[in-house]
Design a protein around this ligand. Sequence first.
Ligand code: GLU
Length: 285
Amino acid sequence: MSLPSRTIFRFAPSPNGLLHLGHAYSALYTQHWARALGGAFVLRIEDIDIARCRLEFVEAVFVDLQWLGLEWSAPVRRQSEHFSDYLAAADALRSKGLLYPCFCSRAEIRAASDGRVDPDGAPIYPGTCRHLSGRERLEKLESGVPVQWRLDMGQVLDGKKEFVIREAMPDPSCAAVERPAEPGRWGDVVIVRKDTPTSYHLSVVVDDAIQGITHVTRGTDLYASTDIHVVLQNLMDLPSPVYTHHRLIVGADAEKLSKSKGSESLAGLRALGITPEDITAQFSF
Ligand code: GLU
C-alpha cells in the first residue's frame, strides 16, 4: 500500500470518567506509531454524551496526557462543539431514505427480540418501527415521543454486497490487508440517539473525515464497530482510514480495565508516586 502524503493518527477519549492504564497504552501506542511513520498525532474529545461527560474529566485528560509526555497537534476537536456537523450528516443519510425513526423503549425491544444479539451483546433490533406506515411515523413524530433514528441495514446490504476494512499492524511498511466487514451482524444500528442528536458511530466517522485521519489505532473492544464505520463512510462518500486494533490492558481479574468498574485511574497512580516512566516501561509496541 502506498502511504498518503501525510499520515494523521488520533487519540479520542470520552471524558465520562478518569483515564486509566488502558487509555495510557492506547495513547502511547498511537503516538509511537505516528512518530514512527512521520505522521501527526491529534486529539479528539468524544463528549457527545452530555449527561455523563464532565468538564473536570476533560481537564483531567489534558493533565494526564501531558504527564505521560504526549504531544498533540492543535486544534483539539471537541465533539460537543460540532453537533451541527452530525446533524448535517444525519440529514444527508435521511434524505437518501437510509434512516427511519424508531420509538421503541429498551424494554419493548427486549420483549420483541428473537434472542439474537449484536457484537456488543445487545438484542438485534426486531424491526418494529421499520414497518410503520408514513402516517403512523408522522403521528408519533408529532406527538413528541422520544425518537431515535436507525440505519435500515437490510436496504444498505441489498444495495451493496461487500464493504471492506483496510487493516494494518502499523510497522515501517504500513502494509494493509483487506477484510470484508460484517455489518449485518449489527442489525439496524442507532445513528441518532434519543438523548443526544448523534451517536458514537456517526460522530466518529464524520470527525475522522474532518480531521483527515489516515490511521485509526484503538483497542480490540471496538473491532466489530469498524463494520459500521466503513458502511457509513461508504454511504457518505468519505475516505476510509486504515485500522489497527491493539490489545487491551487487563486488570488482575483478567477483565479489561474500565471507568465504570472503578479501575485505578492515572491520577490515582500518580498520587501513589508512580511515574510516567514506570508506566511506559510496562509497554512495548
Ligand atoms: N471514545 C472512544 C472510547 O473512549 C474511542 C473511540 C474510537 O477510538 O473510535 O472508547
